[in-house]
Ligand binder design. Sequence first.
Ligand code: 13P
Ligand code: SF4
Length: 356
Amino acid sequence: MNFVEARASEIHSRPNVPVGPLPEHELPAFTPELAAELEPFYARVKHIVTPMEWPHYAPLIKAINTLKAQRNAVVLAHNYMTPEIFHCVGDFRGDSLQLAKEAARTSADVIVQAGVHFMAETSKLLSPDKTVLIPDLKAGCSLADSITPEYVRMLRQAYPGVPIVTYVNTSAAVKAECDICCTSSNAVKVVEILGAPRVLLIPDEHLSKYVQTQTDVEIIAWKGHCEVHERFTAKDIEEISAADPGTKIIAHPECPPDVLNVADFTGSTSAMINWVKTNHPRKVALITECSMASNVAVETPDVEFVRPCNLCPHMKRISLENIYEALRDMRHEVTIDPAVAEKARRAVERMINLTN
Ligand code: 13P
Ligand code: SF4
């Protein structure tokens, strides 16, 4: 898939972009003055966003940035957001750990999570006094859906005394049943820091198998999978390498082991981005959600990207339209039962304290 086709599928895959436009009077018109005012934003994304798309995005970007100032709000944009969100309305950008830490640090009253529901919950855990909004309540995650608090309690009984580490891609209710949280950027460190010979690492089987290759601690896995990363195969990588053997393969640890075995580098979304920015490969394939390549391409125009275009249907529920609606109507507020939140917060804070 070439860059234009990938970009087109990125746009058309969104499940909930409103069928009709927002009422016209709500948004500023795309006048020459507005175009001039937003030129610095367009300059950031013009390699990716076409001049035909920009008159649609620019009024929304202006309206969102105005509402952010009025409501003392910030937008936390995950690396998988599309470029017009990531580069034009995101105040903080990064992987799930970085975004959660920014949520805790910001002095804003309102946080809009441009990401999925477990990320918004993590922000709420670390910022209980702030209003956390998610633009679409259906922005879920197949990993978070793969395990429930009841299953964690069953694991606790089946493996007495074995610490339970939960990947951040889980609900607050699951985190509340676990000893400590981890992310793809610190999973090995967290598993080792516990000092136990055996650790349950839930729910991503592939992440657990990857961590097992990096540590002597025995890892017991759960069979959850990311519906986006599990689709990559060793054959996909063979085809990319056969087309150009110089292409560097950079993969997220949620990919299956036979993909990770042939990767030149494995890391969290931000670690993958840093690898590209530091190493400046001639050509690179980012084996992860497809929007990330668009976002990095904006900052590394000298690097050629191969885009095996797997899109996360949950991440793609977030659009400029529903970010605008979230700020306009202060919806959808993320709340967590206080008893659950207290225990879940402990697991997240323990991770942050032990890995800082
Ligand atoms: P990161 O923590 O690496 O950003 O990953 C989150 C995620 O959902 C990957 O699919
Ligand atoms: Fe969940 Fe996978 Fe989407 Fe990440 S890419 S949010 S792990 S379904």
